[in-house]
Write a protein that binds this ligand. Structure first.
Ligand SMILES: NC(=O)c1ccc[n+]([C@@H]2O[C@H](COP(=O)([O-])OP(=O)(O)OC[C@H]3O[C@@H](n4cnc5c(N)ncnc54)[C@H](OP(=O)(O)O)[C@@H]3O)[C@@H](O)[C@H]2O)c1
Length: 253
């Protein structure tokens, strides 16, 4: 079959690539022959289990530990990836945390740092690599919360990601670099593992129209396929856009 995706052999850095949406994306990319550097912050066990799961896939996987909210750490992460892979063609930014409680200035700052400062940090070190070769794809994972009226740190940081991506898209279009965001609705990843199985199914049936007659509930794979589309040649004429991936959750409200 004709290769319409044109992703095989490309090199990707996926932040938050060892869990949830990032992990599903890493595994899908590997299947399509993309070499993946999966970044994470703390959980070495999860990183090790991803290495196991990736065995036998078409692409090559490396894991890179480091906090993306820290400028110098991101410099080191990008240097490590370049050393291993030689370049970065795709950046998928999926590192994230739920809103820590209580609502204190420190916790507000933490969410902003992980979700938003990280965009700035990654731009500083990944974009020059892409600009030099005048090609690249950047996908930032935002959230349906960015489209809500929530004024908490989580929603505001996610809205900030969309704003950031649109500005970056405008700046980088002449360099043939596409920048888009995806805004997932409720996706049952480890971030929501505190919700019991029964409650997940109930929430899904009530709030996600496309799952009304489907078994189970949405997992990271629902978003990973859209991210693959956004790094592939099929989306070459799309930039500065936010794609809501929510099974109809937003229109249902
Ligand atoms: N799940 C949903 O319903 C949903 C909906 C909309 C948007 N989102 C957003 O989608 C993104 C992915 O969420 P998820 O559900 O896949 O979460 P997840 O399963 O909890 O995975 C989060 C990943 O981010 C990494 N991470 C956290 N803080 C980091 C930091 N400072 N530096 C580097 N890596 C860091 C984690 O590494 P460790 O495991 O090592 O900490 C983990 O690999 C997040 O931005 C989230 O807010 C999620």
């Amino acid at each position: 079959m004709k290769d319409i995706l044109k992703v095989e052999g490309k090199k990707a850095l996926i932040t938050g690539g060892t869990s949830g949406i990032g992990r599903a994306t890493a595994l899908l990319f590997l299947e399509f022959g993309i070499d993946v550097a999966a970044n994470y912050s703390k959980n070495d066990e999860k990183a090790k289990s991803l290495v196991e799961e990736a065995k036998g896939k078409k692409g090559r996987l490396i894991t890179v530990k480091g906090d993306v909210s820290d400028y110098e750490t991101v410099r080191r992460i990008v240097e490590e990836v370049i050393k291993e892979f030689g370049t970065i063609d795709f950046l998928v930014h999926s590192a994230g945390i739920p809103t820590p409680q209580p609502d204190t200035p420190e916790n507000w700052d933490k969410v902003m740092r992980v979700h938003l400062y990280s965009c700035y940090n990654l731009e500083k070190f990944v974009v020059p690599v892409m600009k030099e070769k005048r090609s690249g794809k950047i996908v930032i994972v935002s959230s349906l919360c960015a489209h809500s009226t929530g004024k908490n740190a989580y929603s505001c940081s996610m809205a900030g990601k969309i704003c950031f991506a649109k500005g970056l898209a405008k700046e980088l279009a002449p360099f043939n670099i596409n920048v888009n965001t995806v805004s997932p609705g409720t996706i049952f990843t480890p971030m929501l593992e505190y919700i019991p199985e029964e409650e997940r199914i109930k929430m899904t049936k009530e709030n996600i129209p496309l799952y009304r007659n489907k078994e189970g509930y949405p997992k990271g794979e629902e978003v990973a396929s859209v991210i693959l589309f956004l790094v592939s040649d099929l989306s070459r004429h799309i930039t500065g856009q936010d794609i809501i991936v929510d099974g109809g959750q937003f229109i249902h409200y």
